[in-house]
Design a protein around this ligand. Structure first.
Ligand code: CDP
Length: 255
């Protein structure tokens, strides 16, 4: 981000105003969300967002270990973000690193704002985010998936957190930066947004923007979050409808 020379064969914005993958500056990559994909977790979700593939699993609320971390008045929301070794072109060295610690921390903080943690003192709500394929924007995809997984686990929340980034590449403010735009662009602003309360629970900035560019980036990212929110809600509705049909089905084989 910022300063990396652009290879000659990559044009971040062409003469028709189209981006590397043919999108307009205000166009997001396609997003697909599925809730309840894992049987062994209390809640789960799978997100495909452009070429990103992210899985989230939730366990808890359950007794918090190690015990010295327990909070006597509320639950801890503990996120663990991990990128699989095979998720990027160059094999990623397995195990935690500075970046995964940072993303785990900001995701935990964003979700703590919406979970009614005060209902579950001394417990931990563990959220595992596994990036299976990465193509820029994985923290947004991870937070989006984690939030659906929490709802799927039945964890009481004020609302879902929806996440999307905007930024600047080829001197143009654009939403949902792809890999080339992230690598060779000028700035990236990931946002976590709570639509019901209009709160921002995650805001980061990598690169440099003028005040006007920042304001436009934030506006575009929030518009993106609203679209993501619709997809999150639809995924949960699909999951709930399937369950309710199962629940009312008549027992078979009764004369
Ligand atoms: O994924 P996100 O945009 O939230 O975070 P980033 O730190 O800005 O990383 C941008 C992208 O760089 C990731 O999505 C990966 O595609 C790539 N990356 C990589 O190839 N190897 C790493 N060790 C870390 C990131």
């Amino acid at each position: 981000m910022g300063g990396t020379p652009i290879p000659n064969d990559i044009k971040l914005l062409d003469e028709n105003g189209k981006r590397v993958d043919g999108r307009r500056p205000d166009e997001m990559r396609p997003i697909k969300i599925e809730a309840g994909v894992l049987n062994k977790a209390d809640g789960s979700a799978y997100v495909e967002w452009g070429l990103n593939k992210v899985l989230a699993a939730v366990y808890g609320p359950r007794e918090c270990h190690p015990r010295h971390l327990q909070n006597t008045t509320r639950a801890l929301v503990q996120c663990h973000y991990n990128m699989a070794a095979f998720s990027v072109d160059d094999r990623k060295r397995p195990g935690p690193d500075r970046r995964s610690h940072e993303i785990s921390k900001i995701t935990s903080e964003a979700l703590t704002h919406v979970v009614f943690t005060e209902y579950f003192p001394r417990t931990s709500i563990d959220v595992y985010i596994e990036v299976l394929q990465a193509n820029a924007g994985t923290r947004c995809a991870g937070l989006t998936a984690a939030s659906v997984a929490l709802a799927d686990a039945g964890v009481p929340m004020r609302d879902l957190v929806a996440s999307c980034a905007a930024g600047k590449a080829a001197d143009t403010v654009m939403v949902d930066l792809g890999k080339e735009e992230d690598n060779f662009g000028q700035a990236d602003v990931p946002v976590g947004y709570v639509p019901r309360t209009e709160e921002i629970v995650l805001l980061q900035m990598d690169g440099e923007l003028t005040h006007d560019e920042y304001t436009l980036s934030l506006k575009m990212a929030i518009e993106g979050c609203k679209k993501v929110y619709e997809e999150q809600r639809n995924a949960l509705k699909r999951r709930y409808q399937v369950r309710s049909v199962d629940a009312v089905e008549e027992p078979k084989g009764v004369a």
